[in-house]
Design a protein around this ligand. Structure first.
Ligand code: 3PG
Ligand code: MG
Length: 394
């Protein structure tokens, strides 16, 4: 899959709308916890600046669902980008409209502006053509460098390609190349470790990844739904009730594909998942009614480590527990160090998994760290992601 890239076109003097995935983890005071997704787009942005383009960046942050959320403004991201580029980045307070058009018209060659959070506009997630037209009206060319959002058929990912010539950025190009290489002929056994948040969605992806892998290890938020679907009590853990049927079906499907679907044998439970919270290790048969699952337990760590030690390819998306809180970080830590010590193809996908691995100082020990979480998993199912489909081939 060779897509046209930003290198294949003349950008000099042009207004270039660049979709990036600056959906970075923020702390409670509005600080950026991990700026890797910003750094990952620097090659594209720098190349455009060097070639005298007028660079109009756009991204989503979090899920404000069409409304302005003061905590999800992109101002802090623009400041960090400006530090990294060592040049001003104009941070706009809107995504479209007269002020944005005025700013875009007033740009000099090599200038960079960042539009406000795209998801403040209801048209973004709906892929509303009117919104796509407004966005595309700002520019002459569309560059998609937002691999992490390429599984979303949103206006800024697919819609604008109806109105502007479209190419991929360097990050998009690299992600496609690396992940295609992995998909082509993976060394086996091939394991997927699945955890983290966005449980409902990931259970859907898990179903579609079964034909590709040999082993699936379940942890994080989705463990509770799997355990409940298997008939265990999960206390006060959040469960996707409407996915219980699917979870049972997945177990059957895994068996028919001869995939080993591993669920936790023991878990760490707590009453409240805050700092200083209680932590108790229990077998999955004995989760107290007033406690929630916050991590996988030591027996599970052993079980999962043994499974991973046989694997030659591993894709990991989503921490095993509430990694930010030390009492619930052990499962994630343990699996990260197992992978770091393996002579295997290890692919880490997604914001929080990459952040966890980076915090442990193990990024360099992994074969590849993708900026996409859901996107990289869906890519591995063999599905052509909507944001990639709209980019013409070379
Ligand atoms: C991500 O963090 O996975 C991407 O930025 C996409 O975000 P979303 O799941 O809110 O669409
Ligand atoms: Mg994410």
């Amino acid at each position: 899959m060779q897509k046209k890239t930003v290198e294949d076109i003349d950008v000099s003097g042009k207004r270039v709308l660049v979709r990036v995935d600056f959906n970075v983890p923020m702390d409670t005071r509005g600080g950026i916890e991990d700026d890797n997704r910003i750094r990952a787009c620097l090659p594209t942005i720098r190349s455009l600046i060097a070639r005298r383009a007028r660079v109009i960046l756009c991204s989503h942050l979090g899920r404000p669902h069409g409304r302005v959320d003061e905590h999800l403004r992109l101002g802090p991201v623009a400041r960090r980008l400006s530090e990294l580029l060592q040049q001003p980045v104009v941070s706009l307070r809107e995504t479209t409209g007269p002020a944005v058009e005025h700013a875009a018209r007033g740009m000099q060659e090599g200038d960079v502006i960042l539009l406000e959070n795209l998801r403040f506009s209801p048209g973004e997630e709906k892929n509303d053509p009117a919104f796509s037209r407004e966005l595309s009206g700002l520019a002459d060319i569309f560059v998609n460098d937002a691999f992490g959002a390429s599984h979303r058929a949103h206006a800024s990912v697919v819609g604008v390609a109806d109105y502007l010539p479209c190419v991929s950025g360097f990050l998009m190009e690299k992600e496609i190349e690396m992940l295609s290489g992995l998909l082509e002929d993976p060394a086996r056994p091939f394991a997927a470790i699945m955890g983290g948040a966005k449980v409902g969605e990931k259970i859907g992806i898990l179903e579609h990844i079964l034909p590709t892998v040999n082993i699936v290890l379940v942890g994080g938020g989705m463990a509770a739904t799997f355990l409940k679907g298997t008939g265990y009590g999960v206390g006060t853990s959040v469960v996707e009730e409407e996915k219980l049927e699917l979870v049972r079906m997945i177990a059957g499907k895994a068996a028919s594909y001869r995939v080993r679907l591993l669920l936790p044998a023991d878990v760490v439970v707590t009453d409240t998942p805050g700092a200083g919270a209680s932590a108790l290790i229990v077998p999955v048969t004995q989760v107290p009614a007033d406690r929630m699952i916050a991590d996988i337990g030591p027996e599970t760590i052993t079980l999962y480590s043994e499974a991973l030690n046989t694997c030659r390819t591993v894709v990991w998306n989503g921490p095993m527990g509430i990694f930010e809180i030390p009492q619930f970080s052990e499962g994630t830590r343990a699996l990260a160090s197992v992978l770091a010590g393996r002579d295997a193809m290890t692919v880490i996908g997604g914001g929080s998994t990459a952040e966890a691995v980076a915090q442990l100082g193990l990024t360099e020990k992994m074969s590849y760290v993708s900026t996409g979480g859901g996107a990289s998993l869906q890519f591995l199912t063999g599905k052509v992601l909507p944001g990639i489909a709209v980019i013409p081939d070379k």
